[in-house]
Design a protein around this ligand. Sequence first.
Ligand code: SAM
Length: 340
Amino acid sequence: MNAIVPGTATPVPALVDRFGRRVDYVRLSVTDRCDFRCVYCMAEDMQFLPRREILSLEELLAAAEAFVALGVRKIRLTGGEPLVRQNIVWLAERIAALPGLGELVLTTNGSRLAKLAAPLRAAGVKRINVSLDSLDPRRFHELTRTGELAGVLAGIDAALAAGFERVKLNSVILRGRNDDEVLALVAFARERGTDISFIEEMPLGLISEHDRAASFCSSEELRAIIAERHPLVPSLDSTGGPSRYWRMADSETRVGFISPHSHNFCHLCNRVRLTVEGRLLLCLGNEHSVDLRAVMRAQPGDTQALREAIVTAMDLKPERHHFDLDAEPQIVRFMNTTGG
Ligand code: SAM
């Protein structure tokens, strides 16, 4: 359904699903590759897509253009690790300049940010999220299997120096692995003046290193740990994503929680994902999807056909996801394939 936003003076197009939810946020995966192998995200030995199967930069731009023409206001570049994609700055600059787009933002593991923060800011990326699960170099290396903490910390400093409107840290906390670092991570965010969100681990892909049910830490549990040290005041702040934010009296840092298990937020879902294969995923926790790559390659340059395919896809958006940590994962794709 392509509707007109009520209450607007000039009609603007809007993507609306069967449940009346407006989709105005797209997470665009620019690669399935990553230089890290985070234990909850990927298998150690990953097979990545061959080049011909992934969207070219021009196809990614065409898709972004089509979404923005249909009323999408926010695009997040993600992956895999978006900064390992060649010429990512070229793409960012062109997407940021699309008329009608409210903001281009990016999620990264930070490993290449020391070099790329300033060019990305100059290209028009407004806000940046950096994943950070540990402040202990050895543990960081174990959790990411390949990552070096020092490079990521340098990347965070470069992002702060580059003047993004907001830098946010994202942490996945696993019981027995980094659950003793919650307060240290909050302290780090407070020192650097960044926000921080804690993400509940989701059963995406079959992993071998730990039992997701045993490692699960709920947002409520983490919030209680933090609130004991820093009284937390609920906030209505929203960055247009799934984080629910709390504030502390003595700091600008906001503490967010992304709680796909304990606090289902599907009724507020405003997002879809485009995988780097061009598969438009209507829900993180379901397989409903439409192959936009096929549309783009069958009718190159036909913007109308692409837009129609996107509008029609909205009818497939499921009402909600159902995650069950005790069952075999229903979603076999890993987060890097999905576009985190
Ligand atoms: N490489 C970038 C990064 O590290 O932020 C972007 C992609 S990554 C898949 C995006 C986010 O998804 C990261 O914050 C990561 O911690 C999170 N993530 C990956 N797998 C997850 C899972 N199974 N459950 C919860 N969060 C996950």
